[in-house]
Each structure stands twice: as C-alpha cells, then as structure tokens.
Write a protein that binds this ligand. Sequence first.
Ligand SMILES: Nc1nc2c(ncn2[C@@H]2O[C@H](COP(=O)(O)OP(=O)(O)O)[C@@H](O)[C@H]2O)c(=O)[nH]1
Ligand SMILES: [Mg+2]
Length: 242
Amino acid sequence: MRLSGKGVKVDIVIPVYNEEAELEKNTIKLDDFLKKNFKHRYSIIIANNASTDSTLRIAKQLSRKFPNISCTNLEQKGRGRALKKAWMASKADIVSYMDVDLSTNLEHFIEIVDAIVKDNYDLAVGSRLQKGSVVRRGLKRQLLSVGYNILLKISFRHRFTDAQCGFKAMKREVAQELVPMTRDQNWFFDTELLLLAERNRYKIFEAPIRWIERKKSKVRILKTVAEYLTSMARMRFRFWRE
Ligand SMILES: Nc1nc2c(ncn2[C@@H]2O[C@H](COP(=O)(O)OP(=O)(O)O)[C@@H](O)[C@H]2O)c(=O)[nH]1
Ligand SMILES: [Mg+2]
C-alpha cells in the first residue's frame, strides 16, 4: 500500500543498553534536528533493556520533559528484542530505528523516509558498503563487516549490501508481517529482517551513508561473530526447508 504524503507519522526507536553518557545529549540533538528539518509527524521511542546504569532513569526524565519522546523497558538484553517490542506496539505509518551514538549523519534520515513516502519503497536502510558511502570506522570492525557481508552474499545471493547498519526504516505493515517471522533477539535480527524482506519480494532502498563511529562499542566481537555464523547457518537451512 502506498502511503499518502500528507499526515504520515514516523516512529523512531533508539535501542539503548547502558548509554547514560550519550543518551540525553543525542536524543535532544535528534529531536531538535527533526523539529527543524522533518516535515512529518514523529515520535522518538527510547527502547531500553537490562541497562544497569542510569539509562532508564534518564529515558524516563526525557519522556516527561519532551512531548515527542517516550520510552519502553524490557528486563532481558538484546537489541532485536527491543526493536521488535517497540515496532509491534507502534501505530505509526513508518517504523524506524537508529543507534544512539548517531553514527549516521542525520540528513540521511530524511532521505530514507522520502524513499518510502515518495518512491514507495517498502524498506529503506543505510549502507556503509556502497559506492558513495563515507565511513570512518576502526579497521578491525570494517574488515569484519566486509567479510561478514561477503559470506552472507555467497550464502544467500541477496541484493542488499550492508545487513547490519544501525539505521533502518520501513512501512509499519511490512514490519508487522516480517517481525513475527524473525527468531533472533539480538544483533542478527537486522540480517534476518532484510533476508526475509527480500524473500517476500519487498522493495528495499539502500542509501550510501556518511558514518562516523564513536570509539566505544557495545559489541563483543568474538561472541557476536560466533552468533552470526550459527545464525547464518540456521537461516540457510530454514530457507532450504521452506
Ligand atoms: N535495547 C538494547 N539496545 C542495545 C543492546 N545492546 C546494544 N544496544 C544499542 O545498540 C546500538 C548500537 O550499539 P553500538 O555499541 O554502537 O554498536 P556498533 O555501532 O555496532 O559498535 C546502541 O544504541 C546501543 O545502545 C541491548 O541489549 N538492548
Ligand atoms: Mg555504534
């Protein structure tokens, strides 16, 4: 279904885990940016789980203070879990998310939402691995990301270039259909969602983005690589079976 340009509402989820240092500053920065530059109605939902610092307290304060900001909370860890909960509860026309460190230049948010509203794409996501992407990132993470996406391509022969970019938007009805098909509650959720989207013939727009990474990361590399490999194998078997 095509969205009509008028009266579109967008939900932007910010998944957070122990982000007391950046949460307030970056959420306000995002809200200010949207107030000035975004022509649709929007709401920012901070989706916390299992934080052991004052993230939840800060999220609650922000949601009391700013009309466009609210928060959700889950006891169990996992970024996928947080996104699923927030998206499935959404009543907006478009659901989206971005990492709290705002690694992706915010101008791209307008671009990916336009791709859905104006050009009728079903999903629109950022890519750090396309011609035209500008990426400042640690060498180790960049190599892992390239390696992972090559391996994925060999296994699934899909068209998208960056499965794991923390910057994605889609029609809510698409999320409503795809999210219940996903199994992962953690990082692989992003890959799973895009593979399922392509398999179900949804149109995916990829924007080459400007990505400047902060130094600290929540990703535990070895554990996550092992999780990706087993999840990939599981997904491959699932697609063969179906
Ligand atoms: N809700 C939730 N968010 C998480 C969890 N783990 C990481 N995040 C968030 O996911 C986003 C990306 O994390 P980051 O450490 O920047 O990952 P990187 O950019 O891939 O190194 C940040 O907004 C984190 O706070 C989690 O268990 N639950
Ligand atoms: Mg990051």
